[in-house]
Ligand binder design. Structure first.
Ligand SMILES: [Zn+2]
Length: 83
């Protein structure tokens, strides 16, 4: 299991946006963004996700990864609706 920190996330976010990372790296960053308030507010997760989807239009993103991202956004939304 790999863990990345905020610095690495911020360093790799451009590659993330350009869809230049491996599936594993994408997952690591997605996971970090989903759980890190600091990075999430820095990078507005939904904007990131929209960018990734747009960039991936020609290449069709791994459906499984896209589904996981959507699931995580939903989890975050339900968490927010709670307070
Ligand atoms: Zn972070």
């Amino acid at each position: 299991m790999s863990e990345i920190n905020c610095e690495e996330t911020k360093r790799q976010v451009h590659e993330y946006l350009h869809n230049e990372l491996s599936t594993q790296e994408m997952e690591d960053i997605t996971e970090h963004l989903a759980h890190c308030d600091s990075c999430e507010s820095d990078f507005d997760f939904e904007v990131l996700f929209n960018n990734v989807v747009q960039r991936s239009c020609d290449e069709a993103p791994p459906a499984e990864l896209a589904q996981r991202i959507v699931d995580r956004i939903r989890q975050m939304d339900s968490g927010r609706a709670d307070h």
